[in-house]
Design a protein around this ligand. Sequence first.
Ligand SMILES: Cc1cc2nc3c(=O)[nH]c(=O)nc-3n(C[C@H](O)[C@H](O)[C@H](O)COP(=O)(O)OP(=O)(O)OC[C@H]3O[C@@H](n4cnc5c(N)ncnc54)[C@H](O)[C@@H]3O)c2cc1C
Length: 449
Amino acid sequence: MSVARTIRPLARAAASSSSRTPLSRTAFQRASPASRCLSTTPLRRYEANNVTTEGDPYDLTTMLPTPITHFSETEQAMAEAVSKFANDTILPKVREMDENEKMDPAIVEQLFEQGLMGIEIPEKYGGAGMNFTAAIVGIEELARVDPSVSVMVDVHNTLVNTAILKYGTEESRKKWLPKLATDTVGSFCLSEPASGSDAFALRTKAEKSSNGYKINGSKMWITNSIEADFFIVFANLNPDKGYKGITAFIVDKATKGFSIAKKEKKLGIRASSTCVINFDDVEIPASNLLGEEGQGYKYAIGLLNEGRIGIAAQMTGLALGSFENAARYVWNDRKQFGSLVGEFQGMQHQLAQAYTDISAARALVYNAARKKEAGQDFVRDAAMAKLFSSQVAGRVSGAAIEWMGGMGFVREGLAEKYWRDSKIGAIYEGTSNIQLTTIAKLLQREYTA
Ligand SMILES: Cc1cc2nc3c(=O)[nH]c(=O)nc-3n(C[C@H](O)[C@H](O)[C@H](O)COP(=O)(O)OP(=O)(O)OC[C@H]3O[C@@H](n4cnc5c(N)ncnc54)[C@H](O)[C@@H]3O)c2cc1C
């Protein structure tokens, strides 16, 4: 599919708010009006008498701070458009994809058509040319309906596309980004059978060959690997240098010696593929080196720091989705003792606590995203956002099953699926212990005299 032929209605509509058509609200949204973005407060301008008015959005020098969760018009349009797409197109297939443990190829195709696979890729490379927060908004809205689709978009955008944008040469950007924006799914291959949390103990090796490099080894737990054709692979080019030998490479799935050894059967996010990949004398050209030799560990750290905000958004979207699913039931459908079960104070307090937790998690997520966009240090914020969001997702989706009683436990609805899906938030892109270690290390640095 050529870039020119590709249509990206969602991102285009979002990027050009003036050309945006009003989106009809689905029944899903109507039932939960307060669950849209936390704030749409317009930017405000400071004036001498302390009265604030709507200001010129381009005059940043006179702007007062806005709430962390303020969405720009573009981001708000993105949220609405993705929410509509998720409810109209993905929702009817969620249960089937989970039962079959397979992503529907039509969904993948539509993600490309909607521009959701090239959110931050500049328009000159065929992408939507939007900002990081727009990607976070999209990931969150997708997870509200299906965390499996959300993680596909998350890994592809925040790890793979970003890797090429940040570390690729202009030649490789021109070669790969138009494909990644339009028809080629990407995977990010760091983990191995013997290296998970201790990622830089990886054993996959690269050596120089006559035309470029040769890779040998195995990768484990690789998201998107069934659907992907494009793999960013971390291998050690100089094991004598330890982690400083780790180098990033681009590998095409069609390369001889590349094979998918095993597809994992999982507890949650079952429609998202997770595989073991083998590399047996995989020869790649020198142009498939990503960035510089020996810099792979730095790239991996940098990418995962950003990627964590995406996983945190996946978890807040999941938490919100599970909350809304249960809230609709307890406040509309289920009566006991002559009342809707959501009218009992014991239930109301739990619902209120859960929504407060979700709102706190979202504030952490959007604060981390804004700090990244502002070029500020966001590492601790990203770790806190991922840690807390995954905890909230687990708590809320677990409680939501209980609020729905037997209806929460059966596989007819989505309550039990949200809870199964929530477990991964505390594992990938750094376990919760690893996030705690990062947070503590940075705190100790700050508080050490
Ligand atoms: C569904 C799924 C998708 C994934 N997708 C990808 C992908 O696309 N690409 C990729 O590269 N990887 C991927 N991963 C791998 C994922 O990043 C790792 O599973 C994760 O980093 C944890 O590694 P591990 O599973 O080996 O756990 P381990 O590292 O073995 O950890 C086991 C336990 O020990 C704890 N622990 C380990 N070290 C410490 C420590 N120093 N201090 C305290 N506690 C510690 C952990 O917190 C955890 O509780 C995926 C994993 C899953 C399950």
